[in-house]
Design a binder for this molecule. Structure first.
Ligand SMILES: Cc1cc2nc3c(=O)[nH]c(=O)nc-3n(C[C@H](O)[C@H](O)[C@H](O)COP(=O)(O)OP(=O)(O)OC[C@H]3O[C@@H](n4cnc5c(N)ncnc54)[C@H](O)[C@@H]3O)c2cc1C
Length: 400
């Protein structure tokens, strides 16, 4: 559902005329006479949203996708909050959620602060229900839509070199097949998630605010378990979230600090088991004596870039700032960032040089608000005052 096509065409026209008349200012024209593309690195929701929003503005894009190396955990984060709906509508993606692989989720049940269950019903949300996503499928569907809409996609192994000259980027990539391939790029979008791989190359090293890690397992749900709400259950050194997916699968994730773990995957798995057996409502959702079918650990720390943009680049999604999964807003934020990034880039090409800084300013303000909410929320759980995990979170942000 392309919105504001006039603005998009105007950007494209101004961009083309800049290319024709000001070859050294913002970008340059390739040998074929085509404008250089905006390059997006990273194939998660933030990258996909940036690609789709840039295409809506008729700006040429090249999406650099690195298939996940063996051993790198597949995407985690399955609960899509109702607040994602406006971004999905703006990107023309609402139909994706009609798939029976994504389950409408009517709300959240939380045991935060006491053993009692507190219910937050999405019935009262102006956006309607949330969803429990088959996350790998969701990410794959986003890239299929982008491909259908004309995104040029290049599978790469790595960025070999990148440097800026005369207002554009000269880049060498190693293709998936192993060839070295030069491209010329007008603008970079870092959508590489918590690794912030491109921003680091630009000299912006993410600041970490904690050591949170998610121990993630998928296991069979109890046969009688029909509640598809997101369940949250704190424990002495962390907290659980769990939700039901189609096919009777239950996702159960324990969030704790990485320095509470003994090293090694077996030790990690045994900590998950130990905490799972000691849990109440979380364990009750799983089939009796259920064994995890998949297990992995994923970084879940809060972090933000000190510089979220620079001349000819900006960062979106987790690459820009990554939130505690407690906020259940990472995917929503990633989609919103992709849209806002396209507006900022289009403004930049239209000659509004402050549009990138204004993008970064609003993200920094959101990060400050998030840190305050995170502290307020953790302070509502007071049952383990001696626990290092909880004490760390009562005192506010500590950069690691
Ligand atoms: C345990 C846990 C639970 C979560 N639960 C939820 C939840 O329920 N709801 C929610 O909304 N959010 C949740 N989140 C957060 C959510 O998953 C993220 O915020 C969201 O995925 C961010 O999207 P992204 O596109 O920015 O990054 P990602 O989804 O991380 O995508 C980054 C992409 O970049 C690629 N990449 C990385 N490095 C490179 C490189 N060097 N070159 C090329 N490509 C690269 C990756 O392969 C990947 O495709 C959770 C996070 C964690 C850790």
């Amino acid at each position: 559902m392309p919105s504001r096509p006039d603005a998009g065409n105007r950007s494209r026209q101004v961009f083309a005329s800049l290319l024709a008349h000001m070859p050294t200012s913002l970008s340059h024209t390739s040998k074929l006479g085509q404008p250089d593309p905006v390059a997006i690195l990273g194939a998660g929701p933030a990258g996909a949203a940036a690609v789709l929003a840039l295409l809506q503005k008729n700006l040429p894009v090249i999406w650099l996708i690195r298939p996940r190396p063996a051993g790198e955990a597949a995407a985690v984060g399955e609960h899509l909050a109702p607040e994602a709906r406006p971004s999905l509508a703006r990107l023309g993606l609402e139909h994706l959620l009609e798939s029976s692989d994504h389950v409408p989720c009517p709300g959240i049940v939380s045991h935060w602060g006491s053993q009692d269950a507190h219910e937050h019903d999405y019935l009262f949300s102006p956006f309607g229900s949330g969803w429990n996503l088959d996350r790998c499928r969701f990410d794959r569907e986003l890239s299929e839509v982008a491909r259908e809409q004309g995104a040029k996609i290049l599978k790469i192994r790595s960025l070999e070199s990148i440097h800026r000259s005369s207002g554009h980027w000269n880049v060498d990539v190693r293709t998936f097949e192993g060839r070295r391939y030069p491209i010329s790029v007008a603008f970079w979008v870092d959508a590489t998630g918590r690794s912030a791989a491109l921003a680091r190359q630009m000299g912006s090293q993410p600041h970490r605010h904690d050591r949170l890690i998610g121990l993630f397992a998928s296991l069979p749900a109890r046969h009688s378990e029909s509640d598809v709400r997101l369940l949250i259950e704190p424990m002495s050194d962390g907290w659980w979230y769990s939700l039901r997916l189609p096919g009777g699968r239950l996702i159960a994730v324990y969030l704790t600090d990485s320095d509470c773990l003994r090293s090694g995957i077996q030790a990690t798995r045994s900590l998950w088991r130990e905490r799972f057996s000691a849990s109440g409502a979380t364990q009750a959702r799983a089939a009796r004596n259920a064994e995890p079918q998949t297990f992995r650990a994923a970084p879940a720390f809060t972090q933000a870039l000190p510089e979220m943009c620079g001349e000819g680049w900006l960062a979106v999604g987790d690459a820009c700032m990554a939130f505690d999964p407690l906020s259940a807003s990472g995917i929503t934020k990633a989609l919103g960032d992709g849209i806002a990034a396209a507006d900022a880039i289009s403004g930049y090409f239209d000659g509004h040089r402050d549009s990138l800084e204004s993008y970064a300013r609003s993200r920094r303000a959101a990060f400050v608000r998030y840190l305050k909410h995170r502290q307020d929320h953790y302070r509502q759980e007071t049952r383990w005052p001696r626990s290092e995990f909880w004490r760390r979170r009562y005192g506010g942000s500590t950069r690691t």
